[in-house]
Write a protein that binds this ligand. Structure first.
Ligand code: FAD
Ligand code: DLZ
Length: 513
């Protein structure tokens, strides 16, 4: 029998990955390669680089222990890209075909379409069955639909998996317990301690290597918060289920300065790398509810994020690419302010979230959506620039999940396909959901004047700037009516305050990361 060359990418670190199914460890060779193109196609956070490379090296060791022959190429060898790694591996192993699981990003998927011609070998691309809904199934679900409501898709996934189902009815008589979630932050919250980062030899070596080779990359390398092995990810999972899941829903949207983890799971990096299986994780969360250790509202909310949102955004990504990435429905062209790379701003909310991002490579959903996302939206930032920032700075960022969240949900650049209403808010929202406004240089209650929080004028300027568009959107009728009801002098003052803030931003020298 002839030998196959099986390429395993850095976010395909699952022993049950489809490219290995049916392969023979005695005959086939696995190729894993740390390459410059993947490390540099966007300005990745240092902790993301360290996490990916350390997890890849650990996974290669696991494969070897399981009897696989692994051809592993390290970043120090400075291979330019995956094709260079493949070319060398083909010369070395003379395989009869290349096998891979379909990648998570369009750019690589497109490149793979040319591999057969380039390498003169058959290429088999296996479906990525770590997701519940395949690309084809999502496309079939989407076909002929007038609306693409996530909730409808989510119910289908609940039925398909049987998660939180009593025969064919949702557990507790309701599909969605969101109304019981999302309480504002309270100073008295007890918060679980942050997880400890991995400290084994491989990880220590990779941390030193990233420090040497990527000194200019975004973010701090240490303290390093992330687990780099399957066992470590499983420990983080068990700790979350035990300690934080019961409060997950209640404070899902809350933000507190210096208490950056809140009750979130911090499991997205491991899910996206393949160190945890999403369905298995949801079954374990369900078991916590069935055992009476976590309330249904928390468990339902958590499961919805994974079998609902996570699957849904992936479906949208593959349905809409490649055109999706170029959409700019609000015709926004401002560059991303330089302080997104430095956290040097007097707006305390942004300084907090960006500062935390620099230090950890993590921010929770509402920090991403309603702080860094909303500010970029209000000032009219080019969505492609916002997309590049999010794709780089978070340790869990891969385009299939990041792009729809950024361009669609956060920047409303897809014409309202993913979110029918923009996630725009004034300082009032931040003051209600966080403690960021306490001790800020600006007053969240003031709309104009030297101490007025810039978010207030920017919010109304955003409503006014796109008033024609909102007039066609029934979900925006309330803020639009409120804008039109304002006396003209107030409208003028708000727009002048917004113009002043934007002019100050424009006057800053462009930041080139
Ligand atoms: P938890 O709050 O504990 O949620 C549990 C799990 O649900 C997460 O681990 C994640 O797998 C899933 N999940 C929750 N919300 C979403 C969502 N909106 N889309 C997809 N999955 C979701 N998530 C990423 O995994 N990678 C990204 O690059 C990414 N970029 C984002 C960019 C923007 C602008 C926004 C608004 C959201 C983005 N998200 C992204 C979604 C979400 O913010 C993260 O999944 C979440 O913050 C990860 O932290 P956690 O594991 O503590 O999540
Ligand atoms: C994110 C990442 C990085 C930084 N480096 C590598 C790498 O050197 N080799 C590799 O195989 N994968 C890497 N990855 C993950 C890929 O970028 C990821 O597989 C694609 O973006 C598809 O999701």
């Amino acid at each position: 029998m002839s030998r196959n060359l099986i390429l395993i990418l850095g976010d395909q670190l699952s022993p049950a990955i489809s490219s290995l199914a049916g392969a023979d460890p005695r005959r086939d060779v696995v190729l894993m390669a740390e390459v410059l193109a993947e490390a540099r196609y966007v300005d990745h956070h240092k902790q993301k680089l360290a996490l990916v490379f350390a997890a890849m090296r650990h996974f290669a060791e696991d494969l070897r222990t399981a009897g696989w022959q692994v051809d592993y190429r390290r970043i120090d060898e400075r291979l330019p890209d995956l094709e260079a790694a493949l070319k060398a591996a083909i010369a070395r192993h003379a395989p009869a075909q290349i096998v891979a699981t379909e990648p998570g990003e369009w750019r690589l998927w497109q490149a793979m379409q040319g591999w057969r011609a380039r390498f003169g070998l058959p290429v088999t691309l296996c479906e990525d069955d770590r997701f519940l809904c395949s690309r084809a199934e999502f496309a079939a679900w989407a076909t002929g639909r007038k609306t693409f409501v996530m909730e409808h898709f989510y119910r289908l996934m609940r039925r398909r998996t049987g998660l939180l189902m009593e025969v064919d009815q949702p557990a507790g008589g309701r599909w969605n317990f969101d109304t019981e979630n999302r309480a504002p932050a309270q100073d008295s919250l007890f918060l679980p301690a942050p997880p400890e980062g991995a400290r084994d030899e491989i990880t220590a070596e990779v941390l030193a290597m990233v420090g040497r080779n990527f000194p200019e990359s975004f973010g701090q390398l240490t303290p390093f918060y992330w687990q780099t092995t399957r066992a470590g990810a499983e420990e983080a999972r068990d700790r979350f289920l035990r300690v934080a899941l019961p409060e997950f829903g209640t404070y899902q949207d809350a933000m507190l300065a210096d208490r950056r983890w809140m009750y979130h799971s911090l499991l997205s990096p491991y899910l996206n790398l393949g160190l945890l299986d999403p369905l298995d994780l949801c079954r374990r969360a369900e078991a916590e509810w069935r055992a009476g250790r976590a309330p249904l509202a928390a468990v339902e909310g958590f499961i919805r994020q994974i079998i609902g949102w996570r699957e849904y955004v992936r479906g949208v990504y593959w349905l809409k690419m490649p055109g999706y990435a170029a959409q700019n429905g609000l015709n926004a062209h401002r560059p991303l302010p330089g302080f997104y790379w430095t956290a040097q701003t007097r707006m305390r909310c942004l300084a907090q979230v960006i500062g935390q991002t620099i230090e950890t490579g993590y921010a929770h959903h509402i920090q991403r959506l309603m702080i860094t996302g909303t500010y970029a939206l209000l000032i009219g930032t080019n969505p492609a620039a916002v997309h590049r920032w999010y794709l780089g700075v978070y340790v869990d960022a891969y385009e299939w999940v990041e792009l729809p969240n950024t361009l669609g949900m956060s920047q409303h650049a897809d014409g309202g396909f993913l979110a029918t209403k923009p996630y725009a808010a004034s300082a009032n929202y931040i003051d209600r959901m966080s403690d960021y406004c306490q001790g800020c240089a600006f007053d969240p209650k003031a709309r104009t004047g030297p101490r007025a929080c810039p978010w207030n004028a920017l919010y109304w300027d955003f409503i006014a700037r796109h008033a024609g568009q909102w007039a066609r959107n029934p979900r925006m009728s309330l803020p639009l009516r409120a804008w039109h009801a304002k006396p003209e002098p107030e409208q003028l003052a708000l727009r002048a305050a917004a113009a002043k803030h934007l002019a100050e931003l424009d006057a800053e020298p462009p930041y080139a990361p």
